[in-house]
Design a protein around this ligand. Structure first.
Ligand code: MYR
Length: 172
C-alpha cells in the first residue's frame, strides 16, 4: 500500500511554496551541497562523483538581476577547487539562467524541509536534481524526502556526498 501512495502530490516537485515577495533574498548566503539525482543510464552525475563535499555562497551582484555563486569543492583526493558562476534572474522570474550557458535552465523547488532547496538543472544533454541545505548534516527524514521526490520524477539514480573531509574555504 505504501508503494502506491509514494508518488502522490505530496511527493511531487512543486514551486507553489516559493515566497515570491522574499525572492531571491531568502536564498542568499551559505549552502551545503548534499545530494543529486538523475535518470539512470545518463552521465548527469558524473561531475559530482569526484567530490567529497561542496559549500556554496550566493550573493546579490551590484546589478539587480544577477547573482554571484561561489563554491569551494573538496575533491576526494584532497585538494580544494574553487568555482564561480553568475546566475541571471530575469525580472519577475523564479527561474535562473547561467551566464555563458544559454541552454542551461535552473528551477527551484522548495521541499518540506524548511532549511533546504532542490534545484532542477537542465541543459541540452542532461537533467538533474540537486539538494542543498543550510546545514552540512541533514535529518534522515529530509534526505528521504529528497530521494522520494526524485524517484517520483524518474530520477532514481541518487548520489550523496561522502562529507568525510573538512570543508574548504570559499574564496572572495
Ligand atoms: C552546479 O553545481 O552545477 C551549480 C550549482 C549551483 C549551486 C546552488 C547552491 C545554492 C542554492 C540556492 C539557490 C538560490 C537561487 C536564488
Amino acid at each position: 500500500l505504501d508503494s502506491l501512495s509514494v508518488c502522490d502530490n505530496n511527493n511531487r516537485l512543486s514551486t507553489l511554496s516559493i515566497n515570491k515577495t522574499q525572492f531571491p533574498s531568502q536564498y542568499l548566503g551559505r549552502w551545503y551541497f548534499l545530494a543529486a539525482a538523475a535518470i539512470p543510464g545518463t552521465t548527469a552525475l558524473e561531475t559530482f562523483t569526484v567530490m567529497d563535499n561542496a559549500e556554496f555562497s550566493v550573493r546579490q551582484c551590484r546589478e539587480e538581476e544577477k547573482l554571484d555563486f561561489r563554491a569551494a569543492i573538496r575533491i576526494k583526493d584532497g585538494p580544494c577547487v574553487p568555482r564561480k558562476w553568475i546566475y541571471l534572474l530575469p525580472e519577475g522570474s523564479i527561474e535562473l539562467r547561467t551566464e555563458g550557458h544559454p541552454d542551461r535552465l535552473t528551477q527551484l523547488f522548495p521541499p518540506r524541509c524548511p532549511h533546504c532547496v532542490i534545484l532542477k538543472e537542465t541543459d541540452n544533454s542532461y537533467a538533474r536534481l540537486l539538494l542543498y541545505s543550510r546545514t552540512p548534516q541533514l535529518e534522515e527524514e529530509f534526505m528521504e524526502e529528497f530521494k522520494k521526490k526524485s524517484s517520483c520524477e524518474g530520477y532514481t539514480d541518487i548520489l550523496t556526498l561522502p562529507q568525510q573531509q573538512d570543508y574548504c574555504q570559499i574564496e572572495d
